[in-house]
Write a protein that binds this ligand. Sequence first.
Ligand code: AMP
Length: 360
Amino acid sequence: MSTIGILGGGQLGLMMAQAAKKMGHRIIVVDPDDQCPCVSIADEFICAKYTDEQAIATMASRCDVMTYEFENADAQLVEKFGEKFPQGSEALTVSQHRYKEKKFAQKLGLNVPEFIRIKSDADLYPITRFPTLIKTCRFGYDGKGQWLIRDIEDLNEIKLEFPGEYIAEDFIDYDREISVVVARFKDGTVAYPPFENVHEKGILRKTVIPCEINASVKDKAIEAAITIADQLNYIGVLAVEMFVRGDDVIFNEFAPRPHNSAHLTIECADFSQFDLHIAAITSQPCTSPTLLRPGVMFNILGQHVAEVLSKYAAQPDEHVYIHWYGKKENRFNRKMGHVTLATSDAIEMKALVERWRMSK
Ligand code: AMP
């Protein structure tokens, strides 16, 4: 039994805390919002900015181990606390900057879209391949900070702000998007089979397991994710998002934390991604997860809340698992919860998916 400090009190922290509680651990959370999802579950809550070194030092003095639940945690601050954050700081430094991240993947020999760095308007004009995607190097998430450039006119019109940094990368006409979630322990690394993801406007809407890909694509994707975690000397759960085109697996980005696409492991696997994350950071022996049944997850965004409540009230179902994150304010496109459909009966799954697909 340990005391675990979580930097960030959002839904990932909440689900980490739920897993940790099952294992008998205590939880301390640092978050600037005293109404964040973790408030209801934390044994101790420290209301402070993520960059408040004193608050993190207080948390460190009261816990055995710490974890961050979001990839924009301050890497230098995390570094100061050394092994108290087993995830380390390098995974943050690399994943917080898209150019560094793509370079890192390229150096590891992974397939990446062609990309260039943009630090001034002049850097835009070597772009001759369309469509191309321009992305901010920092703080882009859920499709924010991205511009699709279809042709030279779009390129002429785009107004980027400098000294901001951007990358331009080839738009990949992919067959499917997948993610591989790995858990790296002190004594080994394990992975779930790939998840298939559907995004709309950059936001994850749906995840499906098992993913219909051939064995060679599956192996390549898992190997890529394990290589990344190993190279970073990372401990905990890490997710890698990739595109599949034909037999090619193309790296998009990674997140050094549990991931939205693996939420269905709570019901569809013997060990969820949150169980594995907590086990890894508390130095438990490496445990390999097994998928128990197929699953489909839909995110519940702000605009879906009323629809989900009325559907569930009208017809609750033993194969439908709804998770609410306890966020006070409901906003358009804000992740308010998720619903997992889990059953081995293919006909039943089809009917459930029809019923639970969000309308907006
Ligand atoms: P990102 O923030 O990089 O994960 O991008 C959000 C979503 O935009 C991805 O999940 C894809 O659906 C789409 N996307 C990002 N990069 C590319 C790309 N190079 N080609 C095609 N679609 C992309």
